[in-house]
Each structure stands twice: as structure tokens, then as C-alpha cells.
Design a protein around this ligand. Sequence first.
Ligand SMILES: [Cu+2]
Length: 190
Amino acid sequence: MRNRIAAVLAATAAAVTTLTAVTAPGVSASENAMTAVVTVFQTDHRLSTAVTYDTSLVPVGALARVAVTTSDRGTITELAVRGFVPDREYGAHLHARPCGATGADAGPHHQHVQDPEQPSTDPAYANPQNEIWLDFTTDAAGAASARSEVGWTFGERRPASLVIHERHTSTAEGEAGVAGERLACVNVSL
Ligand SMILES: [Cu+2]
């Protein structure tokens, strides 16, 4: 078991290096602020920065890395996961409130321009340019990565978590931003 964890962590470290290399060219360090968390899913939200609410779809011991880089050009958010169900679609977004005992605790999606009507399902607000969406499809080994790029940075309101959902996010009128059950949550401090 220990060897397996070490192997998974090594794989994550390799992914981290790759992501950093992708982000870095042409961007000077001084104009960048980067926040990253690598964390292991547990069933008790008080014991880890990552909690799973559905251990069949997000197993205990699965890993997530969330990295957020801001510059005067906007915000790049990158997600990498390991140990998920192979060849499966998941949805993911940044949410307004921290993870809690249930998926509902994370509150609504972080929106740059807030929809006056909540919960927001209007595609004018619930879209991947006004929110941070990180939908992914795992490979045969249960790993995946996703990247979001938006032309704005966080102001007074900052996202507090990343929520992983049961399916890819809808863009249809009246159900935009909907991605099914909340399977797991990662706290981010931005
Ligand atoms: Cu969400």
C-alpha cells in the first residue's frame, strides 16, 4: 500500500512539473501569483482539505491538485486528479463556500458577474467564461487533468472550494452550469 501511494505521489509530482512548464513560458514570475494544493480525499471534511461524498466514484485515497495562477491577463486554473474511476466523465467548478459535511455546503458557483437570480442556470451567467469550469474525462488509469483560462481575476469575492460533480456540465438554457450530484470537494484558499 505504501509503495502504491508513493508511486501515485510521484506521478502527481511529474504532472505538477508538466503543468508548470506549460504555464511558465513568456510569463515573468513577478507578475504571477500562484496558489496550489495537492490533497488526498477522505470521508471526513474536518480531517483533510479534500472530502468525498461518494466513495464509489471518488475513492478514499484519490488525489487532486488544484493550481491557480493570476496575472494581469487573467486567471489560469489547473486541476489534476489520480485514483478516480477509469474512462469516466466528471464535472468540476470553483464554488463560493468551503467544503462541509455535505456537498451543498460549498454553495453556488463562483461567478465573475453574479446572476441576480440564484441558483443560476442562465447561460448568460452560467458559462465557462464567467465561471471556472474544470470538467474532465479520466484515462484508463483513472487520471485526468483540466485547465480553465478566464480574462479576469478574483476581487472581493473569492472562491473557497472546487466541487467535483457526477457528469460534464450542461450549457443548455435553463440548466446551464448543472452537472449532477456533488461527489467530492477540495478547499482552496485564494
Ligand atoms: Cu459545481
